[in-house]
Design a binder for this molecule. Structure first.
Ligand code: UDP
Length: 195
């Protein structure tokens, strides 16, 4: 898709709805990819963190998670349609996952928090096929087992909420073990959903 360069970030010109449909299309087509949601704070972090910069640059989809980035795109005469926030994507994707029978996995936050977030989402999206969930507090020696658990669950869509850049490092290192088709780092979203 068409992209816009803003500072050290390259953003897809996708609305939230278009992003969701593109991800669902990829899942149906059996394709794999990482979606990065980038806000101004993450752009700044990328500047001083080459590993994070490379991760974002090599993501299959990159969306602008902040109104300032949308404004900046207008100044560049390359308007982004709208802000696309990770937390909104979770809800929209869960709704579409119910319709299409796509299995979902939630990894990150404290165990009581991720459990509550899953409860809330299953309440909001009746019939949501939650293949599994797990907290985000584990050492490097456990990372591979955590990733393989996702693959064994058969989940096609994975949300990782372990904060930036921890979640990006995990996704990068475990990409070959995760199985899931579409993987999205969603920062602190499970805390917000759990309330
Ligand atoms: N988190 C996690 N594993 C960790 C550290 C943090 O799963 O080792 C979770 C934390 O519970 C929270 C989210 O990551 O749900 C964001 O954490 P934090 O606020 O520390 O990061 P930031 O939002 O500042 O990136």
């Amino acid at each position: 898709p068409a992209q816009v360069q803003i500072l050290n970030g390259r953003f897809d010109k996708l609305s939230a709805d278009q992003t969701v449909e593109e991800l669902m299309r990829a899942i149906r087509a059996g394709e794999r990819g990482i979606l990065s949601t980038v806000n101004v704070a993450i752009l700044m972090m990328m500047r001083s963190n080459p590993r994070l910069q490379r991760f974002v640059d090599s993501s299959r989809w990159i969306v602008a998670d902040g109104q300032p980035l949308v404004w900046a795109s207008h100044l560049r005469q390359q308007p982004l349609p709208e802000r696309v926030a990770g937390i909104d994507l979770i809800d929209q994707l869960c709704a579409r996952a119910v319709q299409e029978g796509v299995g979902v996995y939630f990894l990150g936050a404290e165990s009581s928090t991720v459990r509550e977030a899953v409860n809330v989402l299953q309440d909001r999206h009746r019939g949501l096929d939650v293949r599994g969930y797990a907290d985000g507090y584990f050492g490097p020696e456990q990372a591979e087992a955590r990733a393989r658990a996702v693959a064994e669950s058969g989940a096609e869509l994975l949300f990782v909420a372990m904060g930036v850049p921890r979640q990006e490092y995990f996704i990068e290192e475990q990409w070959d073990n995760l199985g899931a088709r579409v993987v999205i780092g969603v920062g602190g979203s499970f805390d917000v959903i759990a309330g």
